[in-house]
Design a protein around this ligand. Sequence first.
Ligand SMILES: NC(=O)c1ccc[n+]([C@@H]2O[C@H](COP(=O)([O-])OP(=O)(O)OC[C@H]3O[C@@H](n4cnc5c(N)ncnc54)[C@H](OP(=O)(O)O)[C@@H]3O)[C@@H](O)[C@H]2O)c1
Length: 343
Amino acid sequence: MPDVKFLLLGFGNVGQAFARLLLRKRQTLRQSYQIEWRVVGITTGRHGAALDPDGIDLNEALDLAEAGEPLDPLSKIKIPIDPSELIRASGADVLFENTPVNYQTGQPAVDHIRTALEAGMHAITANKGPVVHAHRQLSDLAASRGRRFLFESAVMDGAPIFSVWRCALPAADLHSFRGLLNSTTNLILTRMEEGDSYQQALSHAQKIGITETDPSGDIEGWDAAVKVAALVTVLMGVPLTPDQVDRQGIETITAQDVAAAQAEGKRWKLVCEAERSGRDVRARVHPAQVDAQDPLFNVMGTSSAVTFHSDVLGALTITEENPGPDTTAYGLLADLVNAMREA
Ligand SMILES: NC(=O)c1ccc[n+]([C@@H]2O[C@H](COP(=O)([O-])OP(=O)(O)OC[C@H]3O[C@@H](n4cnc5c(N)ncnc54)[C@H](OP(=O)(O)O)[C@@H]3O)[C@@H](O)[C@H]2O)c1
């Protein structure tokens, strides 16, 4: 069986965690799924890129990335400046797109994925931008080429959300959902309850690699809004962009607000919700005080949870405890295996 060739666009927290997971799961992929692989390309924004048709040594790439060094010394061929040309020149079979999210347009990730699908690759991403801005277009393109566009890690990291609906819940109609979808804000609110200042809590979230590249996207509710839009778009079949979500972040919640809620046995949470209403969907992200009876009360730290209400199962809740880049990496790996066996 020939090697499946991978191209990694983006080699930050998620890209590096995925590289480590690939190395760790090499034997399982070979024995259980007959997947032999090599990475033929890695690109970054400011830390260079490498292309090698014979396979890049991932341990060397990880060492360079961890030292903040550019990847260029690993390249065996000249790197095209134009990203589309680079994607085609890689000769890869699967693109993993893990560049920073663009809430407004989804670019340049949408173009990266379109180019890869047109070149006959599967496209797998943890980036929410292409899901909300081009889900139908990219899924149709993938189907027309007999390839897959998969994005399990885009919402709730590696927890199965999209694949549960795609594979395990046929013919179910989703009426509404409610949950906590942004780890950074939940962690900040948790640590503020424990006595951290807002700035100390944010610094901690950045240190463990869970914030967006620009953390204001988390704090102002954009990350949560884009996830709500992704769930509505894909699971309810109603295209929704993040700016159509009624959005409020946690930037106005003070240490005094947190303490006052605690004194009443309540907690502040950044609640995400959407409800179908006729042919429309009302979607909202907002800080709210929840009490001990609320299922979101005990979802702490980086954990997230979502309760789906459908016509067939009533309430179905999925909770993930303390996710991070490693769990996001698992979502990418699960997508890889599913793409290879579903295609
Ligand atoms: N972190 C998580 O736990 C998590 C969870 C779920 C989903 N996600 C999503 O996963 C994606 C990556 O997140 P991350 O935490 O890994 O971000 P990150 O640590 O900031 O890494 C982003 C990577 O993309 C590179 N990059 C930037 N612009 C690029 C371009 N135009 N072409 C190629 N590479 C480019 C960056 O290179 P330079 O550093 O050299 O600029 C860096 O290697 C985001 O879309 C995020 O929303 C992350």
